[in-house]
Design a protein around this ligand. Structure first.
Ligand code: PLP
Length: 410
């Protein structure tokens, strides 16, 4: 597709957007939680179940061959989507959360001991925090955090070198903050860790479908994302692992599909990535995800990023012109979302009243409770955008915010 896509035509690919909610046209601004699905993805799922459904890697019959080809084809597509060197570096998971838990379990079992340190940032989603806490409790390792600077929620990179001590064995970081919209310089952060032999993991839940991602350029050891946030189905995700590292890790779960031979007392495992995919996998998930990746790359993720950023900048500027509002996240280089609090109005009340006006927002701690506490708040309201959203929707959303302020000023 060329540089300026036909945005209204793309929006028309999403049947769910064409409806009213509480009698008002739906404005879907909860894309950081999950994205909507285009017809191409829905059709791929229907086609798979209507024509090709069978178990993978097992049968020799036609349908099983087709299902296996579709499943492995999606793996090769995911490798291309992330610019991995090989499809063997792609493990299918249930989502970002499972990808991170897999690394914490398999990498953690062989690489961490008491006294070691796992370095995180203060803006991590619970998915990139709680698995490391559990691992630290199991091993006697400790967690350390790279601080954020304040309401603009950028990382204090000046403190990084001091934090990258000899005890640090893994540095795990979010690429784009789901609650603040910060875009972190992950390539630089990984390079600084790598020089010291520290393993790195990037949580790409908010970046993979919103900007070009090249794991070789980032230089990370692991990168995780979820299908449902990038126009794909729920229940499927991708974990990229650098092959030399992935091949050294023990299995995550045991069962069928991940073995070469099994005897009563011992088992020989397949190589990565199959070693990490025990049991019958979600097959339709990767099929739908394949269609989603094709769809996004036909638009161009650079183009999507610019579009979403324009909406976010517009929303930020218009909200900043209001009185009695606190805005979070960076002013420059913000990803496609805005996070805010109205004085004396709970974020949940903002979201409830916005819903009555047809606007779907998210209110709460956004699974970043430690960050909320660090900023001295319990919650924020968040509007998060995708390429099918429009400037007119942002303008309507700002009018709704003004109406909410008026309502509470009475
Ligand atoms: C930054 C970030 N990391 C991890 C996750 C977890 O993703 P999932 O629930 O799809 O596993 C999310 C979901 O909101 C997220 O925004």
């Amino acid at each position: 597709m060329n540089k300026s896509p036909d945005w209204p035509a793309l929006r028309a690919d999403f049947p769910i957007l064409d409806q009213t909610v509480h009698g008002k046209p739906l404005i879907y601004f909860d894309n950081a939680a999950t994205s909507q699905k285009p017809r191409a993805v829905i059709a791929a799922l229907v086609r798979y179940y209507e024509r090709d459904n069978a178990n993978v890697h097992r049968g020799i019959h036609e349908l099983s061959n087709r299902a296996t080809a579709a499943y492995e084809g999606a793996r090769a597509r995911a490798a291309k989507f992330l610019n991995a060197r090989s499809a063997d570096e792609i493990v299918f998971t249930r989502g970002t959360t499972e990808g991170i838990n897999l690394v914490a379990s398999s990498w953690g079992a062989t690489n961490l001991k008491s006294g070691d340190v796992i370095l995180l940032t203060e803006m991590e989603h619970h998915s990139n925090l709680v698995p490391w806490q559990l691992l630290a409790q199991r091993t006697g390792a400790r967690l350390a955090y790279l601080p954020v600077t304040g309401d603009d929620a950028t990382l204090d990179l000046g403190k990084l070198d001091a934090l990258l001590s000899r005890q640090v064995k893994l540095f795990a970081m979010v690429h784009i903050s789901n609650s603040m919209g910060t875009v972190n310089p992950v390539a630089e952060m990984c390079a600084r860790a790598r020089k010291l032999g520290i393993a790195t993991l990037v949580d790409g839940a908010q970046s993979a479908g919103h900007m070009p991602v090249d794991v070789q350029q980032i230089g990370c050891d692991f990168f995780a994302f979820s299908g449902h946030k990038i126009c794909g189905p729920t229940g499927v995700g991708v974990l990229y692992g650098r092959q030399e590292l992935l091949d050294t890790l023990p299995p995550y779960q045991g069962g069928g599909e991940m073995i070469l031979t099994v005897e009563y007392q011992k088992t020989e495992f397949k190589k990565a990535p199959h070693r990490f995919e025990a049991g019958t996998p979600d097959i339709s998930g990767p099929v739908g995800l394949h269609a989603a990746m094709d769809y996004l790359d036909a638009i161009g993720r650079e183009t999507i990023f610019r579009h979403d950023q324009e909406l976010a900048n517009h929303a930020y500027e218009r909200l900043a012109a209001l009185k009695n509002i606190r805005l979070f996240g960076p002013i420059q280089n913000r990803a496609g979302l805005v996070s805010f609090l109205l004085h004396d109005v709970h974020a949940h009340d903002v979201v409830t009243l916005a819903d009555q006006a047809g606007v779907a927002l998210r209110g709460g701690h956004h699974c970043t409770q430690p960050l909320m506490h660090r900023l001295g708040v319990e919650s924020t309201a968040r509007a998060s955008f995708y390429f099918y959203n429009t400037k007119a929707e942002v303008d309507r959303f700002v009018e709704v915010v003004k109406e909410i302020q008026k309502f509470f000023a009475q």
